[in-house]
Ligand binder design. Sequence first.
Ligand code: DOR
Ligand code: ZN
Length: 365
Amino acid sequence: MGQQNSENGVSSSKTERSALTLRRPDDWHTHLRSGDMLKAVTPYTARQFARAIVMPNLVPPITTIAAAEEYRSKILAALPSDVDFTPLMTCYLADSIAAAEVEKGHQEGVFTAAKLYPANATTNSSHGVTDIRLIYPVLEAMQRAGMPLLVHGEVTDHEVDIFDREAVFIERVLSGLLKDFPELKLVFEHITTAEAAAFVAESGPNVAATITPHHLTFNRNAIFKGGIRPHLYCLPVAKREKHRLALRKAATSGSTKFFLGTDTAPHEARDKETACGCAGLFNAPYAMESYATVFEEEGALDQLEMFASVAGPTFYGLPLNEEQVTLEPIETKVPDYIDIPTGRLVPFHAGEKLKWRFKAGSGTY
Ligand code: DOR
Ligand code: ZN
C-alpha cells in the first residue's frame, strides 16, 4: 500500500507504522531467581510489567507462607524506588504439602496461585509432585477457594519422546484432573502445541493458558540451525512449525483464554553454553517488543492489549492496570549480552534488531 507524500506528490512504498498505546501489561509467568541474579533481573520485568506471577522453583522451593513473604520482600528490595511493581507469589506443590497452608496463604493474600511441577520435569523441580493423587486434598481446597492451579504440563516419563510430552500430559493427567475437579481454575503454562491450544479453547472458562514470546517466534529447527543453539533451549522445548502457527493463532485470536506469560528464566551464559546446559530463555528485557513483532506479523496489533493487559487479570479476577505504556515503531538493537555482577546473560533476540521500542508511563485511563 503506497502512502502519498503531500510535499512532492511522490508515493512511497512504505506503510506508515504508528505508535501503539495500551494498558500497562502484566507477566503471568516469571522466574525472578534469588540472590545476585534476583537483583540483576527483577528491574527488567518491573520496567515493562505492572504485576508478575513469580514462580516458586527456588532452592529450596517456596512451600510456606513465611518463605513466600520473605521472597516477596527481597523482590521489592531489588527494585529502583521509582518503579511501581507488584510481585504475585505462588506456592510450590510438593507431595507432602498441607492443604491448610495453601488455603491459608491464599486467604491471607500471600499466595495468588499454586504451581504444579511434575517431579523432575524441569529446573529445580526435584521436589515436585510424583503422583497427582497425592495432592488431591490440596486441589479440593483450591477448587473451593477459586485459587488458580498453574501447571507445567509435561509428563516426565523418559520413554515418552520429549516432543510429545505435552500432548501426552493432556491425555494422561490433565483430562482426568479436570474431570475430577471440573470447577478448578487452571492455567496450562507456556503451551507449545496445537493440542494444548485446542484443549484450552475447548475447555470451560475456568481453563486458560499462557504463551511465551519465544514459542511464538521460533520452531524446533531454530535450535539446531548451523549448530546447537543453547540460548534457544527451554522446557517445554519448541515444537514443529505447525504448532508455532497454532500458538500464534491462539494468542492473536482475541480470546480471553490465552494471555501473556514470558517464562523469562535467566541462567548465566556459562550455565547454558556447556556440555549439559540449563533450560530457559531470558526474555524480560525486550518482551513487549518481541510480542509486538509477532502480533504485527499476524496483522493483529489490535489484539495485543487483550493478550497482554486484559485477559490475564480477567481470568485471575484482578483489576486492570490504569497506567498506559507505548510501543513506538522505532528499531531497537538487542545487545549480544547483558553483564551482571556474577557473569553475563544472553537476552532473547541477542544481536537482532526489533521493530518496536517499549516506552513506560505515557498516561493513565
Ligand atoms: O525452560 C525452562 N526454564 N522451563 C521451565 O519450566 C523452568 C525454567 C527455569 O526455571 O529455568
Ligand atoms: Zn517457567
